[in-house]
Design a protein around this ligand. Structure first.
Ligand code: NAI
Ligand code: MG
Length: 351
């Protein structure tokens, strides 16, 4: 098989961890007999400072021809974050109806959780609604700078959007431990969250074999810290999922290993795979970024494309490097470089 992959390393450590992950994916391709054709784009903040745009006008058209998008990170000091986010990532997520943000959280043997009581079996997925909810463009400001100034930001929840992300979560749970927990706040947010709960109850009725529960977001934050080992699939709105998935990543050791996938469940458009972390300007250019989050995102991309064996083997190879006291980067308490960790994963994969 041959896959056409749009490659957007982006900014900062994106330019370091993307080539590292490419090496691992290519090694998997040689072993399992598939070919990845990379179509690299230099879009991002540097491109913006040259052109005034994060990507060219026909950027989305170019991406739409590919089987998947593999992205590093965007954002860099000097370019406001709302420009880098709304000029590249959000247009891609929305134009390609990447309704689901899939964020697995797993405590690998060999990695120490900052939580004293956590055993080895923290393994769950945050399924975040990715296109609407609290991150809408609806609203505005009036009386700027005056005492009377007002800022209004509306949330948008559609039946199609909410149902779509929930069905994805229930289907996923069917292949895991069969549990879905809904993150809500229907006591404080009186219109959208009761609607969210109603749709959750409707969707639950079609999946009688799945065990369901609901938690308010504040209590759920505590739950993530106190008993993360009980979680299986957590379904949430855009904002709640954004926050919960960073919390989850922290509970299992480092944001540097957390992967994510922006998925169009209908497979009409390409899906996009990227680590949870950003461009880390504080460590960029030094060759010390942890490549695991990018590599794991690449493994999920292969699984999505139908190369389940190769994707699973990459995750096993990563786990082996972490478990065997192999090289690790500074965020995990080691002093290895990006290249050393990548070499070890390639060796574990092909050896
Ligand atoms: P960040 O994730 O870039 O960094 C947070 C902290 O984690 C830093 O101390 C960084 O050194 C560390 N870190 C992150 N990834 C690491 C890795 N792979 N290995 C080792 N350490 C790692 O988040 P921050 O600092 O809030 O944002 C920096 C820039 O990235 C901003 O411009 C922001 O808008 C952008 N950003 C982009 C995202 C994306 O492209 N999806 C997501 C989050 C932030
Ligand atoms: Mg985030």
């Amino acid at each position: 098989m041959r896959y056409q992959i749009a490659l957007i390393p982006g900014d900062g450590i994106g330019k370091e961890v993307v080539p590292a992950a490419q090496r691992v994916l290519e090694a998997a391709g040689s072993k399992w007999d598939f070919d990845l054709q990379w179509h690299e784009q230099d879009w991002g903040c540097e491109y913006y400072t040259r052109t005034g745009m994060m990507m060219p006008d026909d950027g989305l058209d170019q991406l739409s021809e590919r089987d998947a998008v593999f992205l590093g990170a965007v954002g860099y000091p000097g370019v406001p974050d709302h420009i880098s986010l709304w000029g590249l990532l959000i247009p891609i997520r929305r134009a390609f109806r990447q309704r689901v943000n899939y964020r697995p959280i797993r405590l690998f043997p060999g990695i120490e959780s900052p939580l004293r009581n956590t055993g080895a079996d923290v393994d769950f997925v945050v399924v975040r609604e990715n296109n609407e909810g609290e991150y809408s463009e609806i609203g505005g400001r009036i009386y700027r700078g005056l005492e009377e100034e007002i800022a209004i930001q509306e949330s948008v929840f559609t039946r199609r959007g909410v149902r779509g992300v929930m069905e994805y979560a229930f289907d996923l749970a069917g292949h895991r431990e069969g549990k879905v927990l809904s993150a809500t706040k229907s006591n404080g947010i009186v219109h959208t969250m009761p609607f969210w709960d109603e749709v959750f109850n409707e969707v639950s009725a079609s999946y009688p074999h799945i065990k369901v529960s609901q938690q308010h977001i504040d209590a759920l934050a505590a739950y993530f810290v106190q008993r993360p080992q009980d979680l299986d699939v957590v379904v949430s709105s855009n904002l709640f999922g954004d926050i919960l998935s960073d919390l989850g990543a922290a509970v299992v050791g480092s944001i540097g290993i957390a992967p994510s996938a922006n998925i169009d469940p209908t497979r009409t458009h390409p899906s996009m795979f990227e680590p949870v972390h950003g461009s880390a300007p504080d460590i960029a250019g030094r060759g010390i970024a942890n490549p695991i989050g990018q590599i794991w995102s690449g493994a999920i991309m292969l699984e999505h494309l139908g190369e389940e064996k190769a994707g699973g083997a990459i995750i096993d190879a990563m786990a082996a490097v972490l478990a065997e006291g192999g090289p690790r980067t500074a965020d995990l308490g080691g002093n290895a470089t990006t290249a050393e960790v990548t070499d070890a994963v390639v060796d574990a994969l092909t050896g």
